[in-house]
Design a protein around this ligand. Structure first.
Ligand SMILES: [Zn+2]
Length: 109
């Protein structure tokens, strides 16, 4: 009984060690990707003078293409009917006010 318990504890410890290594690897990957994204965002804003709203709308378009179930991540402008970010306060196409932004969408910024 004690031997079997020890084996289970060892297996659980190995699983935990593996999970921790995976988490560290993912964290490092995330940090590299985050730095890369921030650099690109800065270049697009500074050199190409793109607005945050244009970039956010493009991100939403990429999400829709990659993951169809994220379609509801955008809403449509009441005036021009074009898709806009849920985080947007104003339509990037016709400048119509869009009402209160989705708080969850704002957290993604
Ligand atoms: Zn509009």
């Amino acid at each position: 009984m004690a031997l079997r318990d020890n084996a289970r504890i060892r297996d659980a410890q190995n699983d935990a060690d593996r999970a921790l290594r995976d988490l560290r690897e993912l964290t490092e990957h995330y940090e590299r990707l985050s730095a890369f994204t921030q650099a690109l965002w800065r270049v697009l804003k500074d050199r190409f003078e793109l607005a945050d709203e244009e970039l956010l709308a493009e991100i939403e378009a990429v999400k829709r293409e990659a993951v169809p179930e994220l379609r509801e991540a955008v809403r449509h402008c009441g005036r021009c009917k074009k898709p806009v970010s849920r985080a947007a306060r104003v339509c990037i196409y016709c400048e119509a006010p869009l009402g209160t932004p989705d708080p969850l969408a704002l957290l993604d910024r």
